[in-house]
Write a protein that binds this ligand. Structure first.
Ligand code: GTP
Length: 803
């Protein structure tokens, strides 16, 4: 990593410095191939495999053995079996004489037994049982066996089961499946079920006997068939008609379902129903709620009898009386005893802390609030004048992708000794490793691993240098069209652009169709008036004057159309890669025709816009950082107007949240104040990071920028403009919106109305338009906006007033 000349604000990006070290490591390993250890293991393994292969060994080569060992990680056994199976069989097809299969003694015996009832199919059927009950004899299907050569009966004479008389032989039979009617869970459950069934039958019989008439019996029947309603609901009484149709299913309720028989008996103090009601019971299979469930579901105490006897803790009436942990726990008792025996030192008894005490102790724990940052109430403008600071210039490097922007800036910093030789050598080595040696200088600016591996700039990279008179801030913008919003962010902080154009054949032309023009328009729409055009890669066209002139002519035409004054445009032929005409004058015979200034000279000579220090503070946030503990939240951006100092309270828009400036840094140096034109980093306090975004405006709470949803603007058209939907950018802050009305066409130089209500505005023309936004944006008179339609910049606007 080259030593930084300043801070680099590539947001929240992790630098992947170790990536190359890793590459080196693997590279080294690859070159060496197998290690000494590997070689030794291979040698020993080969010998062992050969020994183990025995007769197969002859047809197998060392290479095959070693391949097997390598594959099986030197496992000799696996390698041997693999070689035998795969190679041994194929390579050593030794014809072994077919041996007579030796018939086992069991087979011989079985054959003898089967002799008594052989089947034609060779099946041996045990059919001679005299005690067969079942009609399911087991039939063993066996392959045909050779007939025994000896008498098995004789052979097995001494085996206890060998001389079983025939009438005692039996068959293995399989019982047909028979439903036993048992209960899952064993005989105990079955017995319990039987007992219950009997009780129920007895009860029914008793009820029947007790019932005096048929109606009661019918009601009893009905009881079992109907669904019980909630007890609290108006009861359905005998003789009453049911107005509403009964629910098909019981409604789900938080109240408990019917209580167990014992529990269902009404307590004494409850009024007894005058008449036996038609109690609609739940179906028999419905489980009664457990006491625990009843307690949870909030049943009235009356419906839960004897809860105190059922629950061990149920007799504890109120929370106040719960002193379950007041007595020492068994562990405490043991610990106390141990402590006593260890010298009578008892552990401190835990103090019971109630809520108030806890709150009090938490309050005591609270970290003392950081002392508020005090403002020194400096007269910043007077301080600035006293300081005799060098003039400050911020420039954005723009141009089509790969035209050489980063390389040119790398060269500038290198030639100015901002980056040392060692760092460049390191970058060159790293670039060579991934085959991008020509990008070494570009890597001075492109620091992220993504940018380096892809060879394109993604985000704005900031660096700075100073000459005798000026302190410069470089804002290197990405050239790729996908990163235009980042380019706009860079442009919003710049005083002027350095446009880089690749002079080589076809590149200039393709750049014109690409981002060269768009970048120019964006820079112009930001209010930039001066421009330096670096005609780059002149080495590739042998410093051709005619090519340079051609580019100069075409670009001048375009730039003046974009309303850059001709005398504020500077063209410089140069080569960023070789450094010719960057800091040092070109020393090439083919470039004799050029006697103008170098890039550095042009930078030093350029006129800078006037700084509005007297006006209210306006700072465009370009970056938001999360820093360390000391400064957890910081922002950076250019001060467009006004001043600021440590201790100032600022307002962030559009969030409309205030913050306090804890500390300020300008070009990495801590300072007490900053003025218009500088790009300070502000360390903030008293604001949540969610309220700050890139593109926000920072202003004093007392002179805040208004949030507007519609405004009238002077629009410089880059394309044909009609009333149409547009994306409105104020720096990187943007909102969808639309150009509602084309109010008038204006004279480009005097601003007089040329035509009212034009139907269309042509490229290069200026018109007054009314813009309506979908989201409010902080914009005020004099601020510049960029209007883009479907990815193309169609115009630049200067805000006139709120519509
Ligand atoms: N021959 C020659 N090649 C150059 C010169 N300047 C840049 N290049 C090459 O052009 C390629 C692109 O250079 P970069 O500096 O990455 O281009 P860029 O414009 O910064 O690219 P983005 O930031 O991605 O838009 C690299 O291979 C450079 O080596 C030059 O003066 N001469």
């Amino acid at each position: 990593m080259p030593p930084k000349s300043g801070f680099s604000r590539t947001r929240n990006v992790d630098y992947d410095d170790d990536a190359y070290d890793d590459d080196d490591y693997y590279e080294g390993e690859e070159e060496e191939g197998t290690t000494e250890d590997d070689k030794e293991q291979m040698r020993v393994g080969t010998t062992r495999v050969r020994e183990a292969l025995g007769e197969f060994e002859a047809g197998i080569s060392d290479v095959q053995i070693q391949e097997a060992l390598w594959h099986y990680y030197y496992d000799v056994a696996k390698s041997v079996s693999y070689l035998k199976n795969k190679l041994g069989g194929a390579q050593v097809p030794k014809e072994t004489p077919k041996k007579e299969k030796i018939v086992s003694k069991f087979d011989q015996a079985a054959a003898v037994a089967g002799e008594k009832a052989p089947t034609s199919t060779g099946k041996y059927t045990h059919a001679q049982s005299s005690i067969v009950e079942s009609a399911h004899p087991v039939t063993l299907s066996l392959p045909p066996r050779p007939m025994p050569t000896c008498a098995a009966d004789d052979f097995f004479w001494d085996v206890p089961w060998g001389n079983v008389p025939n009438h005692r032989l039996s068959l293995i039979t399989v019982d047909p499946p028979r439903y036993r009617g048992g209960l899952l869970g064993g005989s105990k459950l079955a017995a319990l079920a039987a007992k219950r069934r009997k009780e129920r039958e007895d009860a029914e019989a008793a009820a029947k006997a007790a019932s005096s008439n048929d109606a009661d019996a019918a009601i009893a029947m009905l009881d079992k068939l109907t669904v019980k309603s909630n007890g609290s609901a108006p009861g359905l009484r005998g003789g009453q008609t049911i107005d509403k149709p009964a629910r098909r299913y019981p409604a789900r309720k938080r109240t408990p379902s019917p209580q167990p028989e014992a529990a269902r008996e009404a307590p004494e103090d409850e009024p007894v129903e005058p008449q036996p009601a038609i109690v609609i019971e739940s179906p028999a299979q419905r489980a009664t709620a457990s006491t625990f469930a009843s307690t949870l579901c909030g049943a009235s105490s009356s419906s839960i009898p004897n809860i105190e006897t059922l629950l061990p803790y149920a007799n504890l009436k109120a929370d106040d009386s719960l002193k379950a942990f007041e007595a020492p726990s068994p562990d405490d008792v043991v610990r106390a005893a141990q402590a006593k025996s260890a010298g009578g030192i008892t552990p401190k008894k835990k103090k019971h802390i109630n809520g108030d005490e806890l709150a009090e102790s938490v309050e005591k724990l609270a970290v003392a609030e950081e002392p508020r940052v005090r403002s020194k109430n400096l007269n910043v403008i007077a301080e600035f004048e006293k300081s005799k600071l060098k003039r400050m210039a911020n420039f954005v490097v723009v141009g089509h992708v790969d035209h050489g922007k980063s390389t040119l800036m790398g060269r500038l910093l290198y030639d100015l000794k901002v980056v040392d030789q060692r760092s460049i050598d390191k970058l060159r080595k790293e670039a060579e490793t991934i085959g991008k040696s020509s990008f070494a200088l570009a890597w001075v600016m492109d620091e992220t691993s993504e940018e380096r591996s892809r060879g394109v700039t993604v985000d704005i990279a900031t660096n700075y240098f100073e000459t005798e008179e000026t302190r410069f801030t470089i804002l290197d913008a990405p050239g790729h069209k996908d990163f235009i919003p980042n380019m706009i962010s860079g442009a919003s902080q710049a005083d002027f652009p350095v446009l880089v154009i690749d002079a080589s054949t076809n590149s200039f032309e393709s750049g014109l169709k690409g981002q060269t023009k768009e970048h120019i328009l964006i820079a112009r729409s930001m209010g930039m008036q001066y421009i330096i055009v670096a005609v780059n890669k002149m080495d590739t066209i042998a410093w051709s004057k005619s090519r340079f002139d051609e580019i100069l002519k075409r670009m001048t035409a375009f730039l003046t159309e974009a309303s850059f004054s001709e005398k504020r445009i500077t063209f410089i032929p140069l080569a960023g890669l070789t450094g010719e005409n960057v800091v040092k004058k070109v020393d090439h015979p083919a470039a004799d025709w050029y006697t103008g200034e170098t890039l550095l000279e042009a930078l030093e000579r350029i006129d800078l816009p006037q700084r509005n220090m007297e006006k209210a503070l306006r700072l465009s946030v370009a970056d938001v950082f999360r820093g360390d503990l000391r400064s957890p939240l910081s922002i950076a951006g250019r001060i467009d107007s006004g001043t600021l100092q440590v201790g100032d309270v600022i307002l962030a828009l559009p969030a409309n949240e205030t913050a306090v400036i804890k500390a300020i840094e300008v070009q990495d140096q801590p300072v007490d104040w900053a003025v218009a034109g500088q790009i300070p980093t502000l360390h903030l306090a008293d604001i949540d990071p969610v309220h700050l975004r890139q593109g926000d405006i920072i202003c004093p709470p007392k002179a805040a920028v208004k949030l507007v949803k519609a405004f009238s603007s002077k629009l410089l058209a880059f394309e044909h403009v009609l009333p149409c939907p547009v994306e409105v950018f104020r720096s990187t802050l943007n909102s969808p919106g639309s150009i509602r009305t084309l109010s008038a066409k204006l004279n480009k130089f005097t601003g007089e109305v040329v035509k009212r209500r034009p139907r269309i505005v042509r490229p290069g023309e200026v018109a007054r338009v009314v813009v309506v936004l979908e989201r409010e944006l902080p914009i005020e008179e004099g601020m510049r906006v960029v209007m883009r339609e479907r990815g193309r910049t169609i115009g630049a606007g200067l805000m006139e007033n709120v519509a």
